[in-house]
Design a protein around this ligand. Structure first.
Ligand code: G6Q
Length: 539
């Protein structure tokens, strides 16, 4: 059934049109804050400054029930093949389940394999961290370069930056993703090949960008190590599901860390794809991060929807997307270490829910996947917040903050946090014309200084950014995305939308590289661009 024909959908449409201003909602209900706050799985979630009443939450949960959210959650955790377009289970939750758990895919318990890989990763990470693992010339490894793209890059980069405080500072970590040669050149320009280990992270081990960068890395290593091909074994390891391709590249499969087809790329940072993170953090911190993921997973799996942070978070995203025409959601971490978190979330959210057909292939009848974007605060305040406060578009915001700083310096943290609270207050309550005029503002200027308010925000607050806290936060968004996907009845776990461009690029590569003039059969714009490029590069 299409949810848009459910009575709760009609009720929500009416509610969206008739809701009083947030100032009024707070005024009439002094208990409002407590009603719309949840503390669970180590996070405090305040969603009281949303354009909602208790009826709204009820209706949204009615929709969730009508969509069968409870069954879908159970199906995912159980290992059912809910990624129907790829006929795969979706089990990133198994990657962080404890050793004692049991999850079966095609009759086989996957938990022992998950822990076997984690244990091998731990042994390898410790060998690098202690200096026991030596490079080809006998020197200790000091630099680790992860080569991967998309899901094999964004998670590790984000987590490395987020948890930098906990990393071994005697090691240098770099991440190369782009096929643009500049990425590789800049990442390696000051590194010594005899002290550098490359982790080639690719689920398929066929991705154009990663394979191109891996080949360049091999040339760079061998050139710096006297050309001896046996050096590859000491300077390259792989994270992949494709053992055949890994050995064809020259990496000993003993130095390959596997994962499984039931781990989607953008859901893989807690698999072996996180090897660079485990080396940086050490196995214990990495396991703490997994425990944090698991804590939020369990909260999501078991808490009633009214008390379930990811469910409510996801329902609110749908609320603004489908009933207020909000096209975007801003994610604003007031934590400098989370500077790559919005970029990471863009893939998680938009690759997952940027879909136009339902599971049965019919067109969706409501807008899906909001656009996620953001920057850390307070920097963003001096940039794009103007539009959020006074522009004509509704932009729901997630504020993410921690009570304790990892770098307590003087007054910095209180100043930072005062801005979190001030921003959400300003967005919700604004400043009326009367208030502006009462301050003596000349009447010609007054309208420019009015803040309408009524702009919604969530606050997600933790005690301190630890590996476990990061795990909880990422799981919260993963499960929020899942909730949204279930309500839209779409498949959040495939990504066919990235295919077409890849195929067309394969066709164009020989047209750019051929010595003779190619016989171009594209549209006239593409043809002329290719011709112009060939001419310009030859100059
Ligand atoms: C993620 C996508 C995609 C993928 C990259 C890298 O969900 O599938 O971003 O992670 O294309 O793929 P490989 O790991 O196979 O190189």
């Amino acid at each position: 059934m299409h949810l848009t024909s459910h009575p709760a959908w009609d009720s929500l449409t009416d509610q969206a049109e008739t809701l009083p201003h947030l100032s009024e909602l707070f005024e009439v209900d002094p208990q409002r804050a407590e009603k719309f706050q949840i503390e669970a799985a180590g996070l405090f979630f305040d969603y009281s400054k949303n354009l909602i009443t208790e009826d709204t939450v009820k209706s949204l949960i009615e929709l969730a029930n009508a969509a069968g959210l409870r069954d879908r959650i159970d199906a995912m955790f159980r290992g059912d093949k809910i990624n129907i377009t790829e006929d795969r289970a979706v089990l990133h939750t198994a990657l962080r389940a404890p050793r004692t758990a049991s999850v079966k895919v095609d009759g086989v318990d996957v938990i022992p394999e998950v822990h076997e890989v984690l244990d091998r990763m731990a042994v390898f990470s410790n060998r690098i961290r202690t200096g026991e693992w030596k490079g080809h010339t006998g020197k200790r490894i000091k630099n680790i370069v992860n080569i991967g793209i998309g899901g094999s890059d964004l998670g590790p980069v984000m987590a490395y930056e987020a948890l930098r405080h906990y990393t071994d500072r005697s090691l240098t970590f770099r991440f190369v993703s782009n096929v643009d040669g500049t990425d590789f050149a800049e990442a390696t320009h000051d590194l010594d090949p005899s002290e550098t280990l490359f982790i080639i992270s690719s689920k398929t081990f066929t991705t154009l960008e990663t394979m191109t960068n891996a080949a360049t890395a091999r040339e760079w290593s061998l050139a710096g190590l006297g050309g001896d091909a046996s050096a590859v074994a000491r300077h390259f390891v792989a994270v992949s599901t494709n053992a055949e391709k890994v050995s064809a590249f020259g990496i000993d499969t003993a130095n390959m860390f596997g994962f499984w087809d039931w781990v989607g790329g953008r859901y893989s940072m807690d698999s072996a794809i996180g090897l660079s993170n485990m080396i940086a953090l050490g196995p214990d911190h990495f396991r703490d991060m997994l425990a944090g993921f698991h804590e939020m997973d369990e909260h999501f799996r078991t808490a009633p929807f009214e008390q379930n942070i990811p469910v409510l978070h996801g329902l609110l995203a749908l609320w603004y997307n489908d009933f207020f025409g909000a096209q975007t959601i801003a994610v604003l971490p007031y934590e400098q270490y989370l500077k790559r978190f919005p970029a990471y979330l863009q893939q998680l959210t938009m690759e997952s829910n940027g879909k136009h057909v339902q599971l049965d292939g019919t067109e969706v009848d409501a807008d899906t996947g909001p656009i996620y974007w953001g920057e850390p605060g307070t920097n963003g305040q001096h940039s794009f917040y103007q539009l959020i406060h006074q522009g004509t578009r509704l932009i729901p915001c997630d504020f993410i903050a921690f009570a304790k700083s990892l770098n307590p310096l003087g007054r910095h943290h209180d100043l930072l946090m005062s801005n979190v609270f001030a921003q959400t207050e300003a967005l919700a309550f604004g400043k009326t014309l009367e208030q502006v005029e009462a301050e003596g503002t000349p009447s010609a200027l007054a309208p420019h200084r009015v803040f309408e308010g009524n702009r919604p925000s969530n606050v997600i607050m933790g005690e301190k950014l630890t590996p476990a806290a990061l795990g909880r936060l990422v799981s919260l968004y993963e499960m929020s995305v899942f909730t949204q996907g279930v309500l839209w009845n779409i498949n959040p776990f495939d990504q066919w939308g990235v295919e077409l461009g890849k195929v067309l690029a394969q066709r164009i590569i020989p047209e750019l590289e051929s010595t003779g003039e190619p016989d171009l059969k594209h549209d006239c714009s593409t043809n002329s661009l290719i011709r112009r490029y060939r001419k310009m590069k030859a100059l």
